[in-house]
Design a protein around this ligand. Structure first.
Ligand code: AQP
Length: 344
């Protein structure tokens, strides 16, 4: 069995309104993994244009995500931080994967169905092919671990299927070129912790999302103390006091969500949170939640603002990251071309 050195890859779309879900489901984990792994973190701007974007806004949201990475604690000197469009090998490998993946596999992707809605004839081909580009993002670095929120689980499974099919379809050529019995690792999703799916503050059955029309549905990383407090105070709840045991959260999606958010932000387990707040009404709990939310988010938000004041520095970080990423990606693409039988 070919073994692969452990490497982490993940990405965030520069589509505005970075929120608590992006932070807890992804960015906070990116920061933790730096201690134990070699990491590659990408602002996935090619993914962003699968839906219409305003060019000037896109440029600033690319920098905003970069600033969020750094403000949250990612060290771009030790690890690689860059934007996807600066490394053409992502798109190149995505084409190869378009020829490996099957239509049936992509037809089963629920995110496409959610995003396209009834409009399937009019959305971009890119939106449909999004998961093959995501597979390329990961596999062009032959990454073994991918920290993501729960919503990306199906796409990660597809990435594994694509890696496996490539390894099977080209097994003889992979072996002949000295890569043993597998060229690509089967990347493992890292989806753990109390907040893998943070829900909307207005509707506990809907994912917190950048594109929700209501700004009150999410805590943005750029929100100041007063805005955070106001959004939490207005968050939807139910009339019952908080339960002392997890069973009491069944059928109470908003309460369940707020307890999960508190646990993720404070580092306590859900059981500990319920022990502390069980029997209390939401107003007391919400005050405590405001405190932990402000303590976690405000420093990130204000550091983001400071970093965004120096665009040249952020661009230099992205350029340097892209240069280092290209070295790794080009190595993979050269090997892939040999495996496929292309003349180079
Ligand atoms: N609500 C969430 N809870 C936990 N994790 C989440 N993520 C997103 N929403 C939540 C995770 O954040 C990472 C980056 O996400 P993305 O920018 O690539 O795109 P997304 O998942 O499409 O984000 P949104 O906010 O839901 O955007 P829209 O509204 O455009 O669909 C990923 O790891 C994701 O799992």
């Amino acid at each position: 069995m070919t073994t692969f050195p452990e490497r982490v890859f993940s990405g965030v779309q520069p589509t505005g309104n970075l929120h608590l879900g992006n932070y807890l489901g992804a960015i906070k984990k990116f920061v933790a993994l730096q201690e134990t792994h070699e990491c590659v973190y990408c602002v996935v701007d090619l993914h962003a244009i699968t839906v219409p974007q305003d060019p000037a806004e896109l440029k600033s949201t690319i920098r905003e995500v970069t600033a969020a990475f750094i403000a949250a604690g990612i060290d771009p000197k030790k690890h690689i931080v860059f934007n996807q469009s600066q490394v053409p090998e992502h798109a190149e490998l995505a084409w190869v994967f378009n020829c490996v993946a099957r239509m049936g596999w992509l037809n089963r992707m629920t995110q496409f169905k959610d995003k396209a809605g009834k409009n399937t004839e009019n959305v971009s081909v890119g939106l449909f092919a999004y998961p093959t580009l995501m597979a390329a993002d990961i596999l062009v670095y032959r990454a073994t671990h991918v920290p993501v929120g729960e919503d990306q689980k199906q796409h990660l499974e597809l990435s594994r299927d694509i890696a496996q099919k490539f390894n099977n379809d080209y097994a003889a050529s992979i072996a002949a070129h000295g890569h043993g019995d597998a060229f690509f690792p089967l990347p493992e999703p890292l989806i753990q912790g109390p907040a893998t799916r943070v829900m909307s503050l207005r509707d506990g059955t809907k994912k917190m999302s950048k594109s929700d029309a209501s700004d009150y549905s999410r805590l943005n990383l750029s929100d100041d103390r007063d805005t955070i407090a106001q959004k939490i105070r207005k968050a939807k709840t139910d009339p019952e006091p908080l339960p002392s045991e997890a069973d009491g959260l069944k059928g109470r999606p908003e309460a369940d969500n707020l307890v999960g958010i508190y646990a993720a932000l404070s580092g306590d387990s859900r059981a500990e949170v319920l022990q502390r707040f069980g029997g209390q009404n939401f107003s007391a709990f919400k005050s405590a939640l405001v405190d932990v939310a402000v303590a976690s988010l405000e420093p990130v938000g204000s550091e983001m603002k400071r970093l965004l004041g120096d665009v040249a520095h952020l661009d230099a970080v992205l350029n340097d990251g892209a240069r280092r990423a290209r070295v790794l990606a080009a190595e993979t693409m050269t090997a892939v071309k040999d495996i496929l039988g292309f003349v180079r």
